[in-house]
Design a protein around this ligand. Structure first.
Ligand SMILES: Cc1cc2nc3c(=O)[nH]c(=O)nc-3n(C[C@H](O)[C@H](O)[C@H](O)COP(=O)(O)OP(=O)(O)OC[C@H]3O[C@@H](n4cnc5c(N)ncnc54)[C@H](O)[C@@H]3O)c2cc1C
Length: 410
């Protein structure tokens, strides 16, 4: 006996559950397979849990300098077990909400690993938990997993993955982070805020190698000011007996190592693949837009997908980087020129907009609220709003967003 569905979706992360909701809106019958927990990496081991812990770190960091704001608190300390408990509660609450939403939308959720049985021109057979599902169309949204290397394996005790690090119940005294992409940078900021001794090893010439060069250099300056030690143009040769040997020959020790050097897309043999499994842009909002585009045919521009690195201050960018361009104009303002940054005690950073003959080509922001500021530039770029049109917009004062206006009006 087999069950029949219009569409079968493998993986209930952002790509899979978004595709499921969109398909149900169109009246299609949907079976969604999840071998672990609904919400995928994003909700259970990625975006949400890290940002929950990061928020605790940010509050602690802010409280350390609260005296400057006229606020005094005695015996400031961190109870990391409580930090983790709060993170777990947030994840659980959001997961329950997602499970309920899927139930209300009448998506059939099967909590089991899905395997491809057979494909023919009319339907595909998927097997899960000894049942065969006959699906008119199958979408694979199986995500990705942390990458390790032959000479650098996760042992889940000393060499940790981004999954393992979420399970720590106690803060280490020191940590060595390998890789300075978004995950490495965010955890460096979290641990540093909690007074853990942090070192970062990056094989590229600069931290955040995918960012605009000025952004990378600014992050390096911020890390230096916080006492985070960085080793650039350096790789890890080996780890033996908790001693890390760098390509320079130097050896380092730390209580643990976070290996954050990319993610491997899940292997599959399906025609339609969405989200991290594509190995294209491994971000939750990209997975969501892809799913909406696949099912509901609402197009989006892959060149206008924002990149955000959270922490204090936030880092966000879109479009071309300065090192990619030859002929361009640069609009620029330091965040410290904005009244609001002084009121909020957050003067670090800049807003940079790159354009050519008035057409915006890219924007790079290091600032409090950068994750929201970048959205304003994306809306402008998406709608061909040129620099001169943007000048006509009235921005509220005092805000960080008036920095966009201030950068282009000078
Ligand atoms: C530490 C960390 C922080 C991150 N922070 C951010 C952030 O701030 N913003 C952002 O945009 N992105 C962030 N990401 C990336 C984001 O989590 C991913 O881009 C997103 O989860 C991808 O969604 P997805 O649906 O493609 O896959 P996933 O979320 O990985 O979901 C795939 C699901 O498929 C299931 N699955 C796989 N194979 C099968 C099978 N055969 N049968 C049944 N189920 C299967 C898996 O169990 C998994 O639940 C972060 C990632 C990490 C690791």
């Amino acid at each position: 006996m087999s069950e029949k569905y219009d569409i079968g979706i493998i993986g209930a992360g952002p790509a899979g559950y978004t595709a499921a909701f969109q398909a149900r809106k169109q009246g299609l019958s949907v079976v969604l397979f999840e071998k672990d927990k609904v919400g995928g990496v994003c909700l259970n081991r990625g975006c949400i849990p890290t940002k929950a812990i990061l928020h605790s770190a940010e509050v602690f960091e802010e409280m350390k300098s609260a005296q400057e704001l006229g606020i005094f608190a005695d015996n400031l300390r961190v109870d990391y077990e409580k930090v983790v408990e709060r993170k777990d509660k947030i994840v659980e609450k959001l997961r329950k909400w997602l499970e309920l939403s899927l139930k209300n939308a009448k998506v059939t959720v099967i909590n089991a690993e899905a395997k491809l049985l057979s494909k023919n021109s009319d339907f595909t057979e998927i097997q899960a938990d000894n049942t065969v599902y006959e699906c008119g169309k199958v979408i694979f949204a199986g995500g990705s997993s942390p990458r390790d290397f032959e000479n650098l394996r996760f042992d889940h005790e000393f060499v940790l993955s981004s999954d393992d690090i979420l399970e720590l119940k106690k803060l280490p005294e020191s940590i060595l982070i390998i890789g300075s992409g978004a995950i490495g940078i965010e955890w460096a900021r979290i641990f540093s805020a909690f007074n853990v001794k942090v070192s970062v090893v990056e094989v590229a010439e600069h931290l955040l190698p995918n960012a605009d060069i000025e952004v990378s250099k600014r992050v390096e300056r911020i890390f230096k000011s916080k006492g985070i030690k960085t080793y650039l143009k350096t790789s890890v040769e080996k780890i033996e007996n908790k001693v890390v040997t760098l390509s320079s020959g130097e050896t380092l020790t730390a209580e643990c190592v976070l290996l954050a050097a990319g993610r491997v897309p899940a292997n599959c043999d399906y025609d339609t693949v969405l989200g991290d499994a594509c190995g294209e842009i491994q971000l939750a909002h990209f997975a969501i837009k892809q799913a909406i585009s696949e099912i509901s045919k609402v197009e989006f521009d892959k060149n206008l997908v924002p990149s955000v690195v959270y922490g204090c201050p936030e880092i966000a960018w879109v479009g071309k980087r300065e090192q990619d361009l030859e002929n361009y104009e640069k609009s620029y303002i330091l965040v410290s020129a904005l009244g609001k940054s002084h009121c909020d005690n957050c003067t670090e950073g800049f807003i940079k907009i790159l354009s050519c003959n008035g057409k915006i080509l890219g924007a790079h922001i290091v600032s409090k609220e950068a994750s929201s500021l970048i959205q304003q530039i994306i809306i402008a770029m998406q709608n061909n709003i040129a620099i001169n049109d943007l000048k006509k917009v009235c921005f509220a004062h005092p805000t960080f967003s008036e920095g966009i206006f201030e950068s282009i009006i000078n």
